[in-house]
Design a protein around this ligand. Structure first.
Ligand code: ADP
Ligand code: ASP
Ligand code: MG
Length: 414
C-alpha cells in the first residue's frame, strides 16, 4: 500500500466527462489499497476567464482582490471531483487551500508556500477517504486568500506530497510526460523516460510550462518522487509510464549530452546606450527596476569604449512598458545615458543537459546551427548545464526545430 498524491491539470478536469474519468482512475488506485490525495486545477480556460473578468472592472486589478476572484476556479473543481468520487462509490471530501492551512507569504498572485498542516488530511486518509485539495491557492498569516502563480497547482501537489512524505507525486496532464521539447511545436519531440532534477529545474525556469518551477524546487528540497503522466491514456499504474524526475546520485546511467530544448516567448529586451563606464552604473540602472518589483533575466554589459558603454537586459514582456518608463523618465537623465531603446518581440531559446558539463563544442554547434538558418543571436547566457540565446521572436519555432534536429533529439537513445 502506498500514499500517492495525484495532481490533475486544467484539461484533465476540463469537462464533467473528464472529471468522471479522473474519478475512475482514482477508484482503481483505491481498489489496489493505496491512499490517494487528489489535487486539482480549475477547469481549462477558467483561470484566464476569471482574470479577464477582473480586468473588465479594474484594468490593473488589485492583487488581493484578484486572488479572491481567481482562486474560485479550483473551488468549483474540488467540489465536483468529490461528488464524482462519491458516484464511484468512494468516500471523498474536498478542501480549499485555506481549509488545509496551506500557509503562504503575502505576495498576492505569486505567493510561496511556507507550511501545510497535513494532520486533517492524514485523519481522513486513515478513515478510508479520498482527500481532494484545491491547487493554486493558500492563505497568508492574516487569513487573506493567496494564489501561487500560473501553473501553481503543480506546486500544491508536490508540497502536499512533501508534507505527507508520500510515496509518489503524480502530475497528470494532457501529454504523457516531459518531452525533449514542447511536442506542440516539434511533433518529432520524444518523451523522456527520466530527466534529472537539475535539468527539469532548468527546463521549467526557461519556459517549459509542463511543470511549474516551484514544484520542481520543492521536489528537490524534500526529495519527492515526482512523475509526469497523461490523464488521457487508458494505461493505469504501469511501471515506467510517463517521465520520472530523478536525482543525479541515483542516476548512474549514460546521459545524453542535451536532454531538451526550452523556450520562452515572453522576453523583452532593453538597452541603455552611451552609459558612462564607471562604478555603480549597473546598480543605478537596475536598482529602480528591481524597486518596481520587475524581475530581470539576462544582463549584458559591453566592454567600454571612450568612457561609455551599452547595458542590455531582458524582462518579462508584460513588464516591458513599465521598465521602459522607469528607464526613460527616471534613470536616463540621472546617469547621463545617451538613449534607451527596447524590443518586446524577442524570445529565448535554451538547450539544457547535464551531459554538457563534460562535453565541449555544444555552444559552437548551437550557434552554427542558428547561423545556418540566418537567425541572429542578440544575447547569450550560459550556466553549467544550459545555453540560452535571445533571438527575434519570429524565428522562435524555426530555431527550436533546427536545434532539436541538430542535437539528434528526435533519435532514440540506445
Ligand atoms: P496542465 O493544465 O495539466 O497543468 P499545462 O498546459 O500547464 O498542463 O502543461 C502541459 C503542456 O506543457 C503541454 O500540453 C505542452 O504543450 C507544454 N510543454 C512545454 N514544454 C514541454 C515539454 N518539454 N514536455 C512536455 N510538455 C511541454
Ligand atoms: N488554474 C491555475 C492556472 O491556470 C493553476 C494551474 O492550473 O496550475 O494557472
Ligand atoms: Mg500546468
Amino acid at each position: 500500500m502506498a500514499l500517492i498524491v495525484q495532481k490533475y491539470g486544467g484539461t484533465s478536469v476540463g469537462s464533467p466527462e473528464r472529471i468522471k474519468k479522473v474519478a475512475q482512475r482514482v477508484a482503481k488506485y483505491q481498489e489496489q489499497g493505496h491512499q490517494v490525495v487528489v489535487v486539482v486545477s480549475a477547469m481549462s480556460g477558467e483561470t484566464n476567464r476569471l482574470i479577464e473578468l477582473a480586468k473588465t472592472i479594474q484594468a490593473q486589478p488589485d492583487p488581493r482582490e484578484l486572488d479572491v476572484v481567481i482562486s474560485t476556479g479550483e473551488q468549483v473543481t474540488i467540489g465536483l471531483m468529490a461528488m464524482a468520487l462519491m458516484q464511484e462509490g468512494l468516500q471523498a471530501k474536498s478542501y480549499t487551500g485555506a481549509q488545509v492551512q496551506i500557509l503562504t507569504d503575502s505576495a498576492f498572485t505569486k505567493a510561496r508556500i511556507l507550511s501545510i498542516d497535513e494532520q486533517s488530511i492524514r485523519t481522513d486518509l486513515a478513515n478510508g477517504c479520498v482527500v481532494v485539495v484545491a491547487g493554486f491557492q493558500g492563505m497568508d498569516e492574516e487569513g487573506n486568500i493567496t494564489t501561487l502563480g500560473r501553473g501553481g497547482s503543480d506546486t500544491t501537489g508536490v508540497a502536499i506530497a512533501a508534507a505527507l512524505r508520500a510515496d509518489e507525486c503524480q502530475i497528470y496532464t494532457d501529454v504523457d510526460g516531459v518531452y525533449t521539447t514542447d511536442p506542440r511545436v516539434v511533433p518529432e519531440a520524444r518523451r523522456l523516460k527520466n530527466i534529472t532534477f537539475e535539468e527539469m529545474l532548468e527546463m521549467a525556469s526557461l519556459g517549459s510550462k509542463v511543470l511549474q518551477i516551484r514544484a520542481v524546487e520543492f521536489a528537490g528540497k524534500y526529495k519527492v518522487k515526482l512523475r509526469v503522466l497523461s490523464s488521457f491514456s487508458e494505461d493505469f499504474g504501469q511501471e515506467g509510464a510517463g517521465t520520472l524526475i530523478t536525482f543525479e546520485e541515483d542516476n548512474k546511467m549514460e546521459q545524453a549530452i542535451i536532454s531538451g530544448i526550452a523556450f520562452n516567448r515572453d522576453e523583452a529586451k532593453i538597452t541603455v546606450r552611451g552609459v558612462p563606464d564607471k562604478p555603480g552604473i549597473a546598480y543605478q540602472i537596475l536598482g529602480p527596476v528591481s524597486d518596481a518589483n520587475i524581475d530581470v533575466d539576462i544582463i549584458i554589459q559591453n566592454v567600454g569604449v571612450d568612457g561609455t558603454t551599452d547595458f542590455s537586459f531582458t524582462v518579462h514582456r508584460n513588464e516591458f512598458a513599465k521598465a521602459m518608463d522607469i528607464l526613460k523618465n527616471k534613470v536616463q537623465k540621472h546617469i547621463g545615458a545617451r538613449d534607451v531603446i527596447g524590443d518586446d518581440k524577442t524570445a529565448k531559446v535554451s538547450v539544457v543537459g547535464v551531459g554538457m558539463r563534460s562535453h565541449v563544442g555544444i555552444a559552437s554547434k548551437m550557434f552554427r546551427t542558428l547561423a545556418e538558418e540566418g537567425i541572429n543571436i542578440q544575447m547569450i547566457s550560459t550556466s553549467e548545464i544550459k545555453i540560452s540565446v535571445i533571438i527575434d521572436e519570429k524565428y522562435l519555432e524555426l530555431a527550436v526545430r533546427v536545434l532539436h534536429q541538430a542535437f539528434d533529439l528526435d533519435q532514440e537513445i540506445l
